[in-house]
Design a protein around this ligand. Structure first.
Ligand SMILES: *[C@@H]1O[C@H](CO)[C@@H](O)[C@H](O)[C@H]1NC(C)=O
Ligand SMILES: *[C@@H]1O[C@H](CO)[C@@H](O)[C@H](O)[C@H]1NC(C)=O
Ligand SMILES: *[C@@H]1O[C@H](CO)[C@@H](O)[C@H](O)[C@H]1NC(C)=O
Ligand SMILES: *[C@@H]1O[C@H](CO)[C@@H](O)[C@H](O)[C@H]1NC(C)=O
Ligand SMILES: *[C@@H]1O[C@H](CO)[C@@H](O)[C@H](O)[C@H]1NC(C)=O
Length: 352
């Protein structure tokens, strides 16, 4: 029952104080209609030794039980009239009920004797009567200078490090890996009541990217190897006449994958042959455009006939990776129109 982690306790109490209303009711926890009750987090509740009762988040409770908010256990079926033991003796501390009763949801004030502290360094805490009939917090107060309340220094790890501090019972120590290394195992260890760490220290493993993928129409500029360490930079160069879409600089990321690859986009053939188009603001025949090709992303305007066939208007299309679609309204002039009635070619008609 006294397996309380000091780290989880304080925030827990702060949060809990929000869940309970002031008042003189026997059970002061709110019920199902309370939207503030957190969803059940059994693992978290477990770290403090809190045993959860049947959940009533979805189901109703048996007759003799009420659906009440039990901290991190969420809405739970609590025995009617449940109480926690009283009086309570806690080593090196004074205890006092915060109200007249010791029923579910009531609080007990725990104050350390002078010269003694709780594992989190505080000298007082509020302990709540939980749905399992235990007080949420009964860890002894310890002599500030008494080494028997400390865990051994947290183990050092290769290619990684841990946070500094004095690690008394209930404290947490966090681990990180150096850049380019991935953590395996528990990233936090808890100093347990037996003064041993809760888990073995994590390990750090180097991360590599595998061979970079091919990009169509590109040449890779990189030292040839089978694995590339995190942070390696490689470049892609597009072949002649291909447009670089994206960044040509690609980096091996910390998760072992390469950053976004670029594309090499092809130029587009203008497929209209027998009418002029507007390109770069000029009205041109196709043979006036070098190779009849435009670059990826460029816009070409085509001429279309008005519905009454007396004038022309422009419709645009954009070149995307080798494809320049003809606008729906565009009709390629016939051989006859082009050779014998050049004035009737759509691009040569007056504009609307
Ligand atoms: C806490 O509650 C459990 C189950 O309700 C019980 O078995 C255990 O003895 C209690 N612990 C203490 C210290 O009262
Ligand atoms: C929940 O509480 C409200 C008022 O506090 C009460 O009217 C209602 O009957 C209670 N519901 C249940 C299921 O206990
Ligand atoms: C990553 O590459 C380095 C250097 O080539 C090598 O020592 C290490 O074992 C590799 N790591 C993995 C997880 O393959
Ligand atoms: C690696 O990280 C990048 C950027 O954070 C992300 O876009 C990518 O999806 C991740 N790759 C994998 C395999 O998780
Ligand atoms: C033909 O249509 C265009 C617009 O669609 C209009 O501007 C023009 O006046 C019309 N001409 C005739 C002769 O109706």
């Amino acid at each position: 029952m006294s397996r309380c982690s000091s780290l989880s306790l304080l925030p827990l109490l702060l949060v809990l104080s929000l869940f309970f209303t002031e008042g003189s009711g026997q059970t002061r926890a709110r019920n199902l209609t309370d939207p503030k009750c957190p969803p059940r987090n059994k693992n978290f509740a477990g770290t403090t030794g809190h045993i959860c009762q049947k959940s009533c988040e979805r189901r109703r409770c048996a007759r003799s039980r009420n659906c009440l908010c039990d901290g991190h256990c969420g809405l739970s079926c609590i025995s009617a009239g449940l109480s926690c033991p009283w009086p309570v003796k806690i080593q090196n501390a004074e205890t006092q009920l915060a109200q007249e009763s010791n029923m579910f949801g009531d609080f007990m004030k725990v104050v350390c004797k002078p010269g003694f502290r709780m594992a989190d360094g505080e000298d007082r805490a509020m302990s709540r009567c939980q749905g399992d009939g235990n007080w949420s917090f009964t860890a002894p107060c310890t002599d500030v200078l008494d080494l028997s309340y400390f865990c051994t220094p947290p183990p050092k790890i290769e290619n990684g490090f841990h946070e500094d501090g004095l690690f008394t019972i209930g404290k947490e120590v966090r681990y990180w890996c150096d850049y380019g290394y991935r953590l395996e195992g528990a990233s936090s260890l808890f100093c347990q009541e037996n003064k041993e760490w809760s888990h073995p220290a994590p390990t750090c493993h180097s991360v590599n990217c595998s061979r970079p993928p091919n990009v169509a129409q590109a040449t890779l500029v990189a030292v040839h190897q089978s694995e590339y360490p995190v942070g390696t930079v490689i470049y892609y160069l597009c072949k002649k006449d291909f447009y670089l879409d994206g960044s040509n600089r690609v980096v091996c990321l910390e998760n072992g994958s390469w950053s976004q690859l670029p594309y090499c986009r092809a130029r587009c053939h203008i497929t209209a042959q027998r009418s002029r188009v507007v390109y770069h603001g000029r009205k041109l025949w196709i043979n006036e455009i070098p190779d009849g090709l435009v670059h990826h992303g460029e816009i070409v305007r085509f001429f279309c006939r008005s519905q009454n066939k007396t004038c022309s208007f422009q419709a645009e299309s954009r070149c995307f990776d080798g494809v320049l679609p003809l606008p729906d309204c565009y009709d390629e002039p016939t051989y006859l129109q082009y050779h014998f009635f050049p004035k009737r070619v759509v691009s040569e008609m007056p504009s609307c």
